[in-house]
Design a protein around this ligand. Structure first.
Ligand SMILES: C[S@@+](CC[C@H](N)C(=O)[O-])C[C@H]1O[C@@H](n2cnc3c(N)ncnc32)[C@H](O)[C@@H]1O
Length: 292
């Protein structure tokens, strides 16, 4: 077979391919140095202006995210992985969190909803990267969901807690919350028992603390959605689906019901909710800074 093949190829058939490079006229050199200076100036101006903190009442519940982007992000969330552990965060949310953590430098973080523990691991690594000592408390009612690898990878700054947020008062008692080093960042990612959670933590948050609610954009996908056009991904699975269903307005409406009457206490940190466009975040109008 090989001999026949070689016989069929006359020696003259070996051609040297020539490469043509298209001519390109733009030789303008962009002034990156000046751009870096100007961008730093803009960032500094925006992050230091007091108007960055807006009452939720003056914010609109809209987002520059379009449905197609949200569907694509939902797919990415299902496939996101950190150090071999799945994590339910979009790339943009991770960037917003990273910059928020860098700015606020929390000394304590409470995460409600550990799931696999990927986000707690990421928070731990990120705070250590920034050189900030930060105690991280991550709670879930089902600790069996936590990936075993996480236990080996987290530092001793992380404590995993087991319990149901309906018992939030017992799980995070007054003495514990008052003693926590500040600023405290509280991340709600369980999507249940909001009354109990807000009522309890509102009593103990202090000026400069952050209260963050995940998945408040009504158009975010409620289910584990990987996209209609990706049959290879959802084939054979019973939970991860191809049908998109909207999260709906309930969580955003809840935010308004509590935070409008408490506008003196909390303001939306719009530098972060709007970093990539108006409310281009999973925390639509719900990255709150405690103001008093
Ligand atoms: C959306 S996942 C958390 C995702 C995780 N924070 C991340 O970014 O990867 C929600 C988690 O909340 C937990 N959960 C649901 N209801 C709860 C409750 N009442 N109390 C405590 N945890 C609860 C679930 O077991 C699940 O692990």
């Amino acid at each position: 077979m090989l001999r026949n093949f070689l016989k069929l190829r006359p020696a003259t058939s070996i051609h040297i391919r020539t490469i043509t490079i298209p001519s390109y006229k733009n030789d303008t050199v962009f002034n990156y140095g000046k751009a870096a200076e100007e961008m730093a100036w803009h960032r500094n101006r925006l992050i230091t202006m007091p108007e960055r903190f807006e009452p939720i009442g003056s914010r609109r519940d809209i987002s520059e995210y379009q449905l197609t982007q949200l569907k694509a992000l939902a797919r990415g969330v299902c496939l996101t992985n950190y150090k071999g552990v799945s994590m339910l965060k979009t790339g943009l949310d991770l960037s917003v969190y990273s910059q928020l953590l860098q700015e606020v430098k929390p000394k304590s973080i409470i995460e409600l909803g550990t799931y696999t523990g990927g986000s707690a691991l990421w928070l731990d690594d990120t705070m250590r990267n920034f050189g900030v000592e930060c105690g991280i408390y991550s709670l879930d009612c089902d600790v069996s969901l936590r990936d075993d690898k996480v236990n080996e990878m987290v530092s001793n700054q992380v404590k995993f807690l087991e319990g149901d947020t309906k018992n939030v008062k017992k799980l995070f008692p007054r003495s514990f919350l008052l003693a926590l080093p500040r600023p405290l960042m509280l991340i709600e990612d369980v999507h249940v028992n909001l009354n109990a959670i807000i009522e309890h933590f509102h009593e103990y948050l202090k000026e400069g603390d952050y209260f963050i609610f995940e998945k408040t954009n009504p158009m975010l996908s409620e289910n584990f959605y990987v996209g209609e056009n990706n049959p290879r991904l959802y084939r054979d699975s019973s939970v991860v689906g191809a049908k998109y269903s909207e999260m709906g307005k309930w969580k955003m409406e809840y935010m308004r019901d509590f935070f409008i009457p408490h506008m003196d206490f909390y303001a939306v940190d719009t530098f972060f909710t709007d970093l990539y466009g108006y409310n281009c975040t999973s925390q639509m109008n719900s990255i709150f800074r405690r103001m008093i």
